[in-house]
Every structure is written in structure tokens, then in C-alpha cells.
Design a protein around this ligand. Structure first.
Ligand code: ATP
Length: 346
């Protein structure tokens, strides 16, 4: 029987709480599959920085590199910062080190009560954001600035290689869905974005079956609220993807409902789109659904899509009953209570 080595990086804040519940779900689905999982936890995050002085130990990176996949919780704590004031973000370092260029963020509405907009039922909001993960405006994040600086600049970097691979990945994904791909950019103002668009146009010609749309990021924020049904796959630069992912998560219940997969040529890291949510950490009330659905994405990517589908269907069955809600969705279920419901449904 095939065995997969999966590294667990629970991290900080609510990370350990949601990862342990997602692992319970993984273990519940495992006996129904023809594969087995060997799980190994590794240290990483702001807490690890406080313990060892390094938020991302080399041994942790090597373990992720050697594994078949990594399941990550969340990292960073508001009070633990580098001298320049930025937070520890080892989850972003891992993306760059392992070349996880595609940030894939499915947005799916499971029940109308989760949506702040009127008139949208289960399945009526269903799209995927492809966020470029390794360049864009985040390319500047390792730069420092001198004490007393009067001007600081960040550079938005778009390379042909980086743009081609994320755009092609988005078109490939569109082919498996409703065959529509929307570019989100700012090509009317920034030369980097005009370049990104020219590469989108080139690749679009390779996919004549896919309907394309080009939208400026400001308009995309409006259209996501006005006509979320119209979107299928959206592809965009790193920072725009970061911001629009949170907006999109808000359409389907918030950050606790938004899974993600960070995929590269060789490695995959799966994690909820949310952060460490320090204000609710340790209370046992975080919503584990985003992390559980990230496990489903991991199973798809490992070539066990029947496992991913089992988890998605069980989650859909549980969330079809509006009584099954954690506090962020207006309900009273605990983190483990929600996971237990999904396990029962499995
Ligand atoms: P980061 O910058 O690391 O992405 P953030 O500052 O954007 O983090 P999050 O930690 O994602 O913030 O939290 C944003 C909001 O969503 C907070 O109100 C938080 O409590 C809430 N939240 C995030 N994740 C969950 C969850 N799993 N369950 C319930 N609420 C959550």
C-alpha cells in the first residue's frame, strides 16, 4: 500500500488547534483509502523563534522538502517582530524556498446563512483565486531601509517565467471547471501589470475554449460583491491575490471557511488562508473547516481525489444544517465539535 509522508507545521495562535482537528479528519478518512499517511510534526513559527531564535529552522525546511506534502496551520504573533517592525512570516519564506508559485484558493458557499449578501444559496458562489506567490509586490519584503530614511520604495516584480507559469496553471484549472478565466491587474497604470496582461493574452490564445475577462483590481473588488456568480478562475499578482482572498472569503463565511494550496513544481503546502487569529487562540472556538478543506486539497494533489471528495461532501452535509456553525458563523459549535460532526458525516 502506498504511504505518504506528511509534515505538520501547526505554528502559532489557532494553528495548532485547527491542525489537530484536521488531522483527526485525515485519520478518519484514511481507512477508506488505498493509501496510508505517516505524519511528522516539525517546529516553525513565532513561538519557535522565541524558543530557538529561528522561526524556520533548516531541519524543518529539509523535512518539508523530503516529504510528500506539508499541512500548515498559521504563523506569526503580533507581539513577536523583527527589529524593523515586520512580523515573522515563515509561511511566506517556505513558499519562496520551495518555489510554491501557485497560491490556489477555492471560494465556495456551503449555506446561504454564511453569506453576507442576499440571495445566494449553497454552491452559488464557487470560484478559485490563483495568486502568484513568489514575486509581485512581495518581492520587496526582504529589503530593509536605513534608520532615519525619508523615502522607502517597494518594487513590484513580474518576470516572464513567473507570470507564464501562474497564468498557465490558472488556464489549466479553468479547463477542469467552467472554462472561464479572469485576469485581475492594474494594467491601466503600472507597466508591470501591462506586461502581466500581455502574457495573459498570449497564453489565452493557447486555450480558445476558455472565455477570458480582464478586470482592474479596483473593479474586481466591486464585481466580487456585485456579481460573484460570474467568476470561475481568477488569476492575479501576489499582493492583489492576498487582499482579494480575504474579500472573497468574506463572501462565504470568513477566513475560517477559506482553504488554500501552495503548489510548486515539486512540492505542495496546504493551509487555511487565515492567520493566527490571536484574539480567539486557546479558546477552542476557531473554525477548523478551512484547514479540513485544505486537507481535501492535499489529498487531490497527492492523487487521492476520492479522499478529497469524501471530505468535501461530508463538510457540505454538515454545513447544510445551519445549526452546525462555529462562533465566526454565528453558531455555538467548538473547534472539535465541528470536526466531530464532519467525522460523523464521513
Ligand atoms: P494574516 O495577516 O496572518 O493573514 P490576519 O491579520 O489577516 O492574519 P487572521 O488571523 O486571518 O488575520 O484573522 C482575521 C479575522 O478572522 C480575525 O477576526 C480572526 O479572529 C478571524 N479568523 C481567522 N481565522 C479564523 C478561524 N479559523 N475561525 C474563526 N475566526 C477566524
Amino acid at each position: 500500500m502506498k504511504r505518504f509522508k506528511v509534515i505538520l507545521l501547526p505554528g502559532d495562535g489557532i494553528g495548532p488547534e485547527v491542525v489537530s482537528e484536521a488531522v483527526r479528519v485525515l485519520k478518519a478518512v484514511e481507512p477508506h483509502l488505498e493509501v496510508r499517511f505517516d505524519l511528522e510534526e516539525q517546529p516553525c513559527g513565532a513561538g519557535e523563534y522565541l524558543r530557538s531564535g529561528d522561526p524556520l529552522p533548516a531541519a524543518t525546511v529539509e523535512a518539508c522538502r523530503a516529504a510528500d506534502a506539508t499541512l500548515l496551520g498559521a504563523m506569526g504573533l503580533p507581539d513577536v517582530r523583527w527589529p524593523d517592525g515586520t512580523e515573522m512570516v515563515p509561511q511566506i519564506d517556505i513558499r519562496e524556498i520551495l518555489d510554491l508559485y501557485a497560491g490556489i484558493r477555492p471560494i465556495y458557499l456551503y449555506h446561504e446563512v454564511h453569506c453576507p449578501l442576499k440571495g445566494y444559496g449553497a454552491g452559488e458562489i464557487d470560484f478559485v483565486i490563483f495568486r502568484e506567490n513568489c514575486e509581485g509586490l512581495f518581492a520587496s519584503r526582504k529589503n530593509s531601509y536605513p534608520v532615519g530614511a525619508l523615502q522607502v520604495e517597494d518594487t513590484l516584480r513580474i518576470t516572464r517565467h513567473g507570470a507564464e507559469r501562474i497564468i498557465r496553471a490558472a488556464f489549466e484549472w479553468s479547463m477542469k471547471r467552467r472554462k472561464k478565466c479572469t485576469l485581475v491587474d492594474k494594467a491601466n497604470v503600472l507597466p508591470t501589470m501591462a506586461y502581466f496582461r500581455s502574457i495573459f493574452d498570449e497564453i489565452a490564445r493557447e486555450y480558445p475554449e476558455v472565455t477570458t475577462e480582464r478586470v482592474y483590481v479596483d473593479a474586481a473588488s466591486l464585481f466580487l460583491l456585485q456579481r460573484p456568480k460570474d467568476f470561475d478562475v481568477l488569476v492575479t499578482e501576489n499582493m492583489f491575490g492576498d487582499i482579494l482572498s480575504d474579500l472573497a472569503a468574506g463572501l462565504v463565511g470568513g477566513m475560517g471557511m477559506a482553504p488554500s494550496a501552495d503548489i510548486g513544481p515539486r512540492h505542495g503546502v496546504f493551509q487555511p488562508s487565515h492567520g493566527t487569529a490571536p484574539s480567539i487562540a486557546g479558546k477552542g472556538i476557531a473554525n477548523p473547516v478551512a484547514t479540513i478543506l485544505s486537507v481535501a486539497l492535499m489529498l487531490d494533489w497527492l492523487g487521492v481525489p476520492q479522499g478529497g471528495e469524501m471530505i468535501r461532501q461530508a463538510t457540505a452535509r454538515v454545513l447544510a444544517d445551519p445549526a452546525n456553525r462555529t462562533a465566526d458563523l454565528g453558531g455555538a459549535l467548538s473547534t472539535s465539535g465541528m470536526a466531530s460532526k464532519i467525522i460523523e458525516a464521513l
